[in-house]
Design a protein around this ligand. Structure first.
Ligand code: PRE
Length: 277
């Protein structure tokens, strides 16, 4: 059966590469979107079976826009994939680096390449909808003063050339994506759990919550705090930890966390991705 998977952008975005990596060998319909809320809304309506959303990058950290949406949408984390992000400097054939004045890309991609802009102070970084749309824009302008940062797949699709490969600051630059669905499917052999936790605003509340996980010998792999807009300077916490939801220690720890917290949303239990570069 063909599954419909939503992701940001169009042909050649890193999000599309994430979908193709996760569903390799399966029959899928690729559905490009302009924004993350539209993807999650279509998951909730059943228009999409899944949505693939970036959650963090190894160079620039959390992609907060997505995490915040997981709190307000009725969706579950059902899978994970990690994609090496290799940013090419893409331009019209014949362009020389000295001619470039403007480089277009997604804001995340631009910040992953800050060293390039420091080394080329005469080049302006311009934020664009997504990396592939930036490459498309450069192709449409057909102008040697413009280039884009994006994947080699996007360069090929729009028949442009890569003037420089691996422009990103870190040579182990990777983005982690979560596969979201309105349907709560959970693999028997899940190895990782994502939750959103709100604790009382009192001394030791977070310490106590983390103590519950520590007591159950659970390895926390990520902890992120995000502001609660309706309660200035109060925060909720996003946690990932290793484990399977059917493990009795994990079950007990989750029950205790629920008792101890103001709010606990279990995003899902899924198979952890291989994060080798
Ligand atoms: O513009 C793209 O290519 C995207 O898929 C978006 C996005 C992001 O939102 O972080 C995904 C991965 C890369 O880190 C850069 C950009």
């Amino acid at each position: 059966m063909t599954v419909r998977v939503g992701y940001q952008g169009n042909h050649g975005t890193f999000s599309e590469i994430a979908v193709m990596k996760y569903f390799a060998g399966r029959d899928i319909e690729l559905c490009g979107y302009r924004s993350f809320p539209e993807i999650l809304a279509d998951c909730e309506k059943g228009v999409l079976d899944y949505g693939m959303l970036p959650v963090e990058n190894t160079t620039t950290g959390v992609i907060a826009r997505t995490y915040d949406l997981f709190q307000s949408h009725d969706v579950h984390a059902v899978g994970e994939t990690v994609v090496p992000i290799r940013e090419d400097l893409i331009a019209v054939p014949g362009t020389k680096i000295e001619e470039i004045r403007e480089v277009y890309s997604h804001p995340e991609a631009l910040s992953q390449c800050s060293g390039f802009f420091e080394a080329h102070p005469g080049i302006q970084a311009i934020a664009w909808q997504d990396t592939s749309a930036a490459v498309h824009h450069v192709a449409e302008c057909g102008d040697h003063s413009k280039a884009a940062l994006g994947s080699c797949r996007a360069a090929e699709y729009y028949q442009l050339v890569s003037l420089q490969k691996d422009v990103q600051d870190s040579h182990t630059n990777m983005t982690r994506f979560l596969l979201m669905s309105a349907i709560h499917e959970e693999p028997e052999d899940g190895t990782k759990i994502s939750i959103i936790l709100t604790v009382n605003h009192e001394p030791g509340a977070l310490y106590h919550a983390l103590g519950i996980l520590s007591y159950a010998d659970i390895n926390v792999t990520k902890l992120e705090s995000r502001p609660i807009p309706s309660e200035p300077f109060h925060y909720r916490f996003y946690l990932d930890f290793q484990g399977n939801r059917n493990d009795p220690f994990v079950k007990t720890a989750l029950l205790k966390l629920k008792e101890h917290s103001l709010d606990l949303k279990i995003l899902g239990c899924y198979r952890a991705a291989d994060s080798q570069y």
